[in-house]
Design a protein around this ligand. Sequence first.
Ligand SMILES: Cc1cc2nc3c(=O)[nH]c(=O)nc-3n(C[C@H](O)[C@H](O)[C@H](O)COP(=O)(O)OP(=O)(O)OC[C@H]3O[C@@H](n4cnc5c(N)ncnc54)[C@H](O)[C@@H]3O)c2cc1C
Length: 408
Amino acid sequence: MTKHILISGASVAGPALAWWLHHHGFRTTVVERAPSLREGGYKVDIRGVAVDVVRRMGLLEKVHAASTGMRGAAFVNKRGKQVATLDADTFGFRHGDDTEILRGDLARVLYDATRANTEYVFGDWITGLDQQADGVEVTFAHGAPRRFDLVAGADGLHSGVRALAFGPEEDHLRRFDAYISISTVPNGFELDRWELLHSAAPGKMVNVYSTARAADAKAAFWFTAPELTYDRRDVDGQKDLVADRFAGLGWEIPALLEAMRAAGDFYFDPVCQIVMDRWSTGRVTLLGDAGYCPSPASGQGTSLALAGAYVLAGELASDFAKALPRYEAVMRPYAEKNQALAKTALRGIIPQSRAFAWFNTRMIRLMPYLPGRNRVLERMSRPIREAANALVLPDYAGRAARRSTSEG
Ligand SMILES: Cc1cc2nc3c(=O)[nH]c(=O)nc-3n(C[C@H](O)[C@H](O)[C@H](O)COP(=O)(O)OP(=O)(O)OC[C@H]3O[C@@H](n4cnc5c(N)ncnc54)[C@H](O)[C@@H]3O)c2cc1C
C-alpha cells in the first residue's frame, strides 16, 4: 500500500518535501498553522547544491523569474550619504545560478508545484503524536485524528512537532545574544531593487530594501543584547522593545521605527540555531529550520531546507526502514558546516564597534581600487561557497525507478 506521510509546515521545507515524496510515489498531507499560504516575507538565498535541487525539480526558471532582482546595496552614514556600494551578487556572496527570492514567493512556487497532488490543510496543527509499531496516530487542534506512516516536522524554528517529540525548544537552542526584527514599510526612500545599510551604533544595524515587483520596502533592525525576556504573543510589547533599543539614533531611524509600529506584519526573534543530537525518533523526523536552523545570519537556512527535503524523500524511497539514520548521516556534515558560518557572519552584520564599522565600510569603498580585488573577494566568499556546496546530492532517481520496477 502507498505510504502516507504527514508534513507539518507549508513554507519551504514542507512543500519541497511534498514535491519529492510525490516524485517517489508517496502520498502526502501538509498541515499548516496559518489560515492560508504565508506570502511575502524577507529575502532569502538559494545557493550551491540547493540550486541543483531546484533544477532537478524543474523549477529553477520559475524561481529565477520570481527572484528579487536586487541591483545592489549601499552603506549610508547618519546623514544618509552613501559611503560605499556593492553590486547585489557580491553583497550576497552569490555565484553562478545562486539566486535570491522572497521567502513567500519561493513558498508560492513550491505550493503551486505540489497543490494538485498534495492534500493541504490550512489553519490546523498537530496536538498529539502517538507512535505505534506500524504508524503514528496524530491528533489535530481542529481536524479529526488520523493515522500516518511517518510525520515530518517542517514547521520552522518554533516547531510544534519538535516540541511534541523532542521536548522544549530551549533544550535545542543555540543563542547568539542577538535579535532581528523585520517589517514591511512604505518605500519612502524610493528604492528600486536597492538596499541601504546603516550601522547605527555599536551592536545596532538597520537595513532597508525594496525588491522587484514590490511597491513597499522591508526594514530590518538587528541588535545584540543578552537574553531578553518578552511575551512572544505580545507584538506591541516587542515593537516597544525594538523602538527602545534604537531610540535617539540618527539617519531615518525615527521614521523607520514609526513605520514599524504601523506595519501590518512584524517579525521578531532571537538570532539563534537549532542544534540537536538526532533529528528523528521512531517515525517522527525533522527538516529545515525545525531540525537544523542555521539562523538568518548564515544566509543558508533556505538551502538547507531544500536539500534536506531532497535527501529525506530520497532516503525514504530507497529504504523506508533505514531512511531516517541515513538521511541524518548524509545531511549532518553539510548542516553543521553551514551552521558554523553564522557566528563570524553575525560579527560582520552587526559591527560591535565604530572602528570595525568604519573599517568595513572603507574596505568596501576601496575594493574597486585594490590590487588583487578578485582574490580578496574570492577569499571573503570562500567559506559560504564551500559550505553551500558541502553536499554531494545522491542520485535517488535511479533507486526510485528500481524500487517501482521491483514492486511493479
Ligand atoms: C529575518 C530573516 C531573514 C532570513 N534571511 C535568510 C537569508 O538571507 N537566506 C536564507 O537562506 N535564509 C534566510 N532566512 C532563513 C529562512 O527563512 C529559513 O531558513 C527558511 O525559511 C526555512 O524554511 P522552513 O520551511 O524550514 O521553515 P519556515 O520558513 O520557518 O516555515 C515554517 C512553516 O511552518 C508553519 N508552522 C509553524 N508552526 C506550526 C505548527 N505548529 N503546525 C503547522 N505549521 C506550523 C509556519 O507558519 C511556516 O509556514 C531568514 C530568516 C529570517 C527570519
